[in-house]
Design a protein around this ligand. Structure first.
Ligand code: UDX
Ligand code: ADP
Length: 465
């Protein structure tokens, strides 16, 4: 296999954008072209002011600034980029199916399939096709079938190279990954060469002992397993948070005590209003679907419980607000601080804030949202997507404002749903003065200092205590 000189990445989203920016920065000898059918997105990646790139990640704009126009390009010319590249990454979205067989569980592979068909149509020379999006196990086989049966007789090697980056720390995770996983057809010479070509790309900045090579299926399943384990930890500690509230224990103290056991470890034990993000729920549903399709019902039920508990956590948080506000929030103003699914990202996919707000809206509350990075447009789009009420009703009942102070003015209650650092720096005394009394504050992230908040006069509730 000759050295890779041109890489094409299909999909300029949360995965494709940052990953390719780092590859371009670390491999100045490789031309990297990121393509997308979304013209608006590509235009934003090409915006003269790098602060306007469509994805907010600490450190990313500097990297884009360094590499863009040198060996990093963003374009809507998909065919041209495919034709030129020796290696093609597929980083398109794989949402959970919203129709037909596997609805609500299986991943919708239509975007992946469209990519495969396009590659097959355009390719005139041998290509290495790399799955980057999270995919159900055995997707590589489907890709291979399409490529080999519709292609122009060129050789395609399919690799699985799952992305483990977390949003908000994408740059850090990409620059020094715990591991890079590359799955390929390692039993054949051509397969081995393809794996090595990708190993060479990463070796420009990742030490060899952090690059694992496996067969394709192990690689695909490892990605789902890693996300399932992480989500399971959050659901495990969240399950304990409810028990803590009943027994007088403090979930943070329990998490610390448990996490000091080196076999368990201290990370990912922060109790919350529920995990969100584009991966955890989707990947577990996928795992459940795959297990069921093999008749492994006990395995499926085991993992499904992680989701059931997560849904319960969001619901019980919202229900507690209603109960505490004398069993009704009808016509009451509730301030929501934080809409993103976690801090340091503008991503809102599956964010707990969406579901908590929807619950409160069903109870006829008025919602005022402040998030430092999420636009009003996105907030409405998230609520509209649920289809619980009309778009007009959402716009009437929900307002997005530019500051936490404004959101909280004249509110009956505040719910902190994203752990943005700036919420700790707020002038809580002033916020208290401008609220209706009693002033209720619900901390879904264990962000605030209970003593200080209670001293001001708030009626304070924090998850897990
Ligand atoms: C996750 C995986 O971490 C990453 O490896 C994979 O590639 C994609 O999915 P991401 O969704 O970006 O990344 O965020 P992550 O930091 O894992 O958080 C997921 C959700 O769990 C967030 O809503 C977060 O607030 C929540 N969480 C996380 C907790 O509630 N408690 C914790 O202790 C950790
Ligand atoms: P992820 O978090 O997996 O990166 P995103 O939704 O952020 O997901 O990004 C996926 C991107 O893939 C979107 O910008 C979408 O427009 C793009 N996309 C989907 N299908 C195609 C396709 N056939 N050709 C080019 N781009 C595509």
């Amino acid at each position: 296999m000759k050295q890779i000189k041109n890489i094409c990445c299909i999909g300029a989203g949360y995965v494709g954008g940052p990953t390719m920016a780092i590859i371009a920065q670390k491999c100045p000898h490789i031309n990297v072209t990121v393509v997308d059918i979304n013209e608006k997105r590509i235009a934003a990646w090409n915006d003269e002011d790098v602060e306007n790139i469509p994805i907010y990640e600490p450190g990313l704009s500097d990297i884009v600034k360094e590499a863009r126009g040198r060996n990093l390009f963003f374009s809507t010319e998909v065919d041209e980029a495919i034709d030129k590249a020796e290696m093609i990454f597929i980083s398109v979205n794989t949402p959970t199916k919203t129709y037909g067989m596997g609805k609500g569980m299986a991943a919708d592979l239509k975007y992946i399939e469209l990519c495969a068909r396009q590659i097959a149509k355009v390719a005139k020379t041998d290509k290495i096709v790399v799955e980057k999006s999270t995919l159900p196990v055995r997707t590589a086989q489907a890709l291979k079938d399409i490529l080999e049966n519709t292609g122009n007789g060129v050789n395609f090697q399919i690799l699985s190279n799952p992305e483990f980056l977390a949003e908000g720390t994408a740059v850090e995770d990409l620059l020094s990954p715990d591991r890079v996983l590359i799955g390929g057809d390692i039993d054949t010479q051509k397969g081995k060469e393809a794996v090595n070509a990708l190993v060479d790309v990463y070796s420009n900045w990742v030490s060899r002992d952090h690059i694992l090579t496996t067969n394709v299926w192990s690689s695909e399943l490892s990605k789902l397993t890693a996300n399932a384990f992480l989500a399971q930890r959050v659901s495990s500690i969240n399950a304990m948070s409810e028990l803590c509230e009943k027994t007088g224990a403090d979930v943070n103290e329990v998490a610390k005590a448990v996490g000091m056991d080196t076999r368990i470890g201290s990370k990912f034990l922060q109790s919350s209003v529920g995990f969100g993000g584009s991966c955890f729920q989707k990947d577990i549903l996928n795992l459940v679907y795959i297990a069921k399709s093999f008749g492994l019902n006990e395995v499926a039920d085991y993992w499904e419980q992680v989701i059931i508990l997560n849904d319960h956590q969001k619901k019980r948080f919202a229900a507690n607000i209603v109960k505490t506000l004398y069993n009704t929030v009808s016509g009451k103003k509730i301030a929501i601080l934080g809409w993103a699914f976690k801090k340091d990202t503008n991503d809102t996919r599956e964010s707990a804030a969406i579901y908590v707000s929807d619950y409160l809206l069903n109870e006829q509350a008025e919602i005022v949202v402040y998030d430092p990075k999420v636009t009003a447009e996105q907030i409405y789009a998230d609520l509209d997507y649920l289809g619980t009420r009309t778009e007009a009703e959402n716009r009437f009942l929900v307002k997005a404002v530019d500051s936490a102070e404004e959101a909280c003015r004249d509110a009956h209650a505040i719910a902190v749903l994203t752990e943005w650092d700036e919420f700790n720096e707020l002038n809580w005394e002033e916020i208290y003065r401008n609220m209706l009394k009693p002033a209720f504050l619900f901390d879904g992230r264990r962000l605030l200092n209970r003593k200080a908040i209670e001293r001001i006069g708030f009626d304070f509730y924090a998850i897990g205590k």
